[in-house]
Design a binder for this molecule. Structure first.
Ligand code: ATP
Ligand code: MG
Length: 310
């Protein structure tokens, strides 16, 4: 019930101008949670997270056995919005063999020598797997839009870097994602929507706690100073790329427990809505299993070295 509510609440409808001001970073469960009080609400969200993680564990096993679909989870956010924590919590119940996480940072010289989608295409999840992109193809229309100086302009055939240039990138991303979806990769995109105020609190907490000093990066302050430009870039990108086939979800990120529970709920529900099934064995395969049992239980199974008879 909560999952359904959350999915509708946070999915960005395709084809409309998306306005960040309509999505509250501080949302903590709406009316149903408000009546519980803060402590009980947190406990409830943690219980939901535990339920969803369990549901995800089962869904992942089926995804793996079915082996037709892959799931790609795209995580985008400002610094300290909680991408790492979300990955850690949401994936806590998953089998690591069926799960891959890739982090995309400043592109290497080799990556810049290719089109901007190249490095992403090399990291896509295989069938049966869940792949997580910690930052993604969207950096190329977010950080690069705020810092056009990062573009390898000398080596791009494009003329001016203007609205048309960015519109072409959105179009390329949409086509790339459409290709993935048509071929069995489900694409889910999450923007962890943290407020500027909460980011300040978290950055200060990193300075206050010596154990967190390693997490503090002075460069994050320079990006924080350009908050407005980033929000505008997010609005433009999400408006242009929340599609029927690959929707964006804008997740409240000022309270970490809500972020984790909402992401887990959406992920579990999406996987459960696929027509997944365990492979059905043919009669020959079933007969082979009976023969295998006979073999293992019968005399023909050779003893281990060192056992009597070897
Ligand atoms: P954390 O700070 O929690 O470790 P992070 O995702 O911020 O995680 P960093 O190594 O701090 O990781 O930062 C990676 C940086 O790389 C970000 O500032 C991001 O905007 C930048 N980046 C990612 N992709 C591109 C790109 N295509 N072009 C330029 N910069 C990029
Ligand atoms: Mg960082």
């Amino acid at each position: 019930m909560f999952a359904d509510l959350w999915i509708d609440e946070f999915r960005v409808p395709p084809g409309k101008k998306f306005k960040l001001k309509n999505y509250d970073p501080g949302w903590t469960g709406g009316k149903e949670f408000a009546d519980l009080g803060k402590h009980a609400a947190k406990e409830r969200a943690e219980a939901i997270l535990a339920e969803r993680v369990k549901e995800l564990t089962d869904a992942q096993e089926l995804l793996y056995a079915d082996n037709r679909y892959a799931v790609l989870v795209v995580l985008q956010a400002m610094d300290a919005a909680g991408k790492d924590g979300t990955i850690k919590h949401v994936m806590s119940g998953l089998n690591p063999a069926g799960c891959q996480v890739f982090s995309f940072k400043q592109p290497s010289a080799e990556e810049l020598d290719h089109t901007f989608l190249w490095r992403l295409a090399r990291c896509l999840p295989e069938r049966g797997r869940i792949g997580i992109f910690n930052r993604s193809q969207y950096e190329d229309v977010l950080v690069v839009k705020v810092h056009p100086e990062y573009l390898p302009t000398g080596r791009l055939p494009t003329g001016k870097v203007n609205d048309k240039f960015w519109a072409a990138r959105y179009e390329d991303i949409n086509a790339f994602e459409r290709h993935l979806v048509r071929n069995g990769t489900v694409v889910l995109k999450f923007f962890l929507n943290v407020s500027k105020k909460e980011q300040k609190k978290r950055l200060l907490a990193r300075l206050d706690d010596p154990a967190k000093h390693w997490k503090f990066e002075a460069g994050d302050l320079a990006e924080r100073a350009r908050w407005g430009e980033y929000m505008k870039a997010y609005e433009d990108a999400i408006s242009a790329t929340s599609t029927e086939w690959a929707p964006w979800y804008v997740i409240p990120a000022d309270a970490k427990w809500i972020t984790h529970a909402v992401v887990a709920a959406i992920l579990a529900k999406t996987i459960n809505e696929l027509d997944l099934r365990f492979p059905v064995l043919s009669s020959q395969d079933e007969a082979a299993l009976v023969a295998a049992r006979k073999n293992l239980e019968g005399k023909s199974d050779s003893p281990q070295f060192g056992e009597p008879g070897t």
